[in-house]
Design a protein around this ligand. Structure first.
Ligand code: AMP
Length: 275
């Protein structure tokens, strides 16, 4: 991969990287399309990164279908698909990790304390392997995007980060490879995540600025679904990823939610622009 990238760069070409864990859907596709517009050459990586899963999480059952993914990417005319083996990435005696400190401790970091260390380490390795000019991530994982931006800034990576909006199913469910875990009944219950975010948007439209009230009303909606178990609902300032009590004019905020439906843990969020 490094040799290919070095050659492309010597030819004066720009490289766009779309990192994924495979089992591709329209959300991934939106990132690929953005990369194709922006870059001369697009590389999609597919790697289910073991170090970002805790022992009790779904690494072993994470959905995979490499042949389907390859077909999907071939149809999109993607230039390169990078599918390394875990043993190539984490060779014997591997012992180096990249860790972003503060913003990895809240929200997802509270419930998945080792997660972001795995994410920043693999993204770092992917950057060193693919040497992209641009890298494309989804707002679906808004905290991950913020963590990666922080890493790029702190470690002076020469990579521009682009964030794409969340792609949803027609009924509002945020697309995710993990949605295949949901039974038909759970799939229906899972709509409460996007519905509660819509509620937050509507409350803000009608003038509500107190995040405690917004969260409490979302909480009630989520709790009305028997099969749900909330991890968190938080409102954060999108500039610095810090928690906030009151929404202030001319600023942007994320409302973020993590919730289990049955045994499947789902995340979703919305961007509020206060005007
Ligand atoms: P994953 O394969 O789940 O690791 O996701 C790879 C990339 O796709 C990440 O940057 C995600 O944020 C992004 N992504 C996942 N789902 C969506 C979605 N529904 N809309 C937009 N981007 C997404």
């Amino acid at each position: 991969m490094q040799q290919i990238s070095a050659r492309l760069k010597a030819e004066g070409k720009t490289i766009g990287l779309v990192p994924t864990m495979g089992f591709l859907h329209a959300g991934h596709l939106s990132l690929v399309e953005k990369s194709k517009k922006k870059s001369d050459v697009t590389v999609v990586s597919i790697f289910i990164n073991p170090t970002q899963f805790a022992i009790n999480e779904d690494l072993n059952k994470y959905p995979r279908d490499i042949e389907r993914d390859k077909k999907f990417l071939r149809k999109l005319n993607v230039d390169y698909v990078f599918i390394p083996e875990a043993s190539e990435i984490y060779q014997e005696n591997y012992q180096t990790y990249v860790e972003v400190e503060k913003i990895t401790k809240i929200l997802e970091g509270e419930f998945r304390p080792t997660h972001f260390k795995g994410v920043t380490s693999i993204v770092s390795i992917l950057f060193n392997s693919v040497m992209p000019n641009y890298a494309f991530f989804g707002q679906k994982d808004a905290q991950q995007a913020a963590v990666i931006k922080q890493m790029v800034k702190d470690l002076k990576y020469n990579v521009s980060i682009f964030i794409s909006p969340i792609v949803r199913e027609a009924d509002g469910l945020a697309m995710s490879s993990r949605n295949v875990y949901l039974s038909a009944a759970e799939r229906h219950d899972a709509l409460v995540l996007s519905r509660s975010l819509k509620l937050a948007e509507n409350l803000v439209l009608s003038g509500e600025r107190n995040t405690g009230i917004i969260i409490s009303k979302m909480n009630d909606m989520i709790n009305s679904v028997k099969n749900s178990k909330l991890d968190y609902i938080k409102v954060i300032d999108s500039d610095n990823f810090t928690l906030t009590d009151r929404l202030i004019k001319n600023k942007n905020y994320y409302v973020l939610i993590a919730c289990r439906i049955g045994s499947t843990r789902l995340i979703d969020n919305t961007l509020l622009k206060i005007r």
